[in-house]
Design a protein around this ligand. Structure first.
Ligand code: CA
Length: 238
């Protein structure tokens, strides 16, 4: 039998923590809880989890700090849970390395669907990493950019560019489908694993603008990732 996936719930409000726990358990996940930021960091860093649900307003260390600290060591998917719109802006604005966010009050159905999508993508990646090890170097070149999909390293004119996982995946997806135009909804489906109503297209916009600021010399006149008005994003053929 397949091992149950384990989820860490970092949430100081006990009623919310309980609702999450009950629903995740019913959906077939094992759960553990942390009630403040420090406990959250300590438990997360054990590496025993397949996903972390992370509240922002927490005693001791806030969710932003927890996210940053965990990301220094682990690639475990993190979904941030926010209570306010301005926190959403902060999650999107900071390069925390969170994989997604949900806003309170959230629909349990949507939350479960996002949990599932993030865990599935993360496990899928692990398989890709393993199979990539067996093959010869797999480098995709776009002008001065080199995407080394064996080592997950991107360089521009020889200089390494640090990308978050989603930035990397968006770039890789566009680079392996040159000339094809992808809408924000397409990218939510392929890169985030979300379908239909599930994701927020703002997540794509923010990831894209961050990615562009890292790879383009002048984001007002992009050379790599182009926008086709009302249609979407693409990397042109030579
Ligand atoms: Ca809280």
């Amino acid at each position: 039998m397949a091992d149950k996936k384990r989820i860490l719930i970092v949430e100081d409000e006990k009623p919310i923590s309980q609702v999450l726990q009950i629903n995740l358990n019913m959906a077939g996940y094992d759960t553990d809880t942390a009630f403040d930021g420090e406990e959250g960091i300590n438990k997360a860093l054990t590496g025993n989890f397949d996903l972390i649900l992370l509240d922002i307003m927490l005693p001791k260390s806030d969710g932003f700090t927890v996210c940053r600290e965990v990301r220094k060591k682990l690639a475990t998917p993190i979904i941030m849970v926010t209570a306010r719109e301005d926190e959403t802006d902060k999650i999107l604005g900071l390069d925390l390395g969170a994989d997604d966010y949900v806003t309170k009050p959230f629909s349990v159905k949507i939350l479960l669907a996002r949990v599932k999508a993030n865990i599935r993508r993360y496990s899928g990646e692990m398989v890709e990493i393993r199979s990539a090890d067996d093959s010869s170097a797999d480098v995709i070149t776009v002008k001065e950019l080199k995407i080394d999909n064996k080592r997950f390293i991107v360089t521009k004119a020889g200089q390494e560019i640090e990308l978050s996982r989603k930035e990397y995946e968006v770039l890789l997806h566009l680079a392996t489908h040159r000339g094809e135009i992808f809408s924000r909804e397409d990218l939510l489906g392929t890169v985030w694993g979300y379908e239909g109503f599930l994701g927020d297209v703002r997540t794509v916009d923010v990831t894209m603008s961050r990615l562009r600021s890292k790879i383009e010399t002048n984001t007002a006149e992009p050379e790599y990732i182009m926008t086709k008005r009302t249609k979407g994003y693409y990397i042109p053929m030579e």
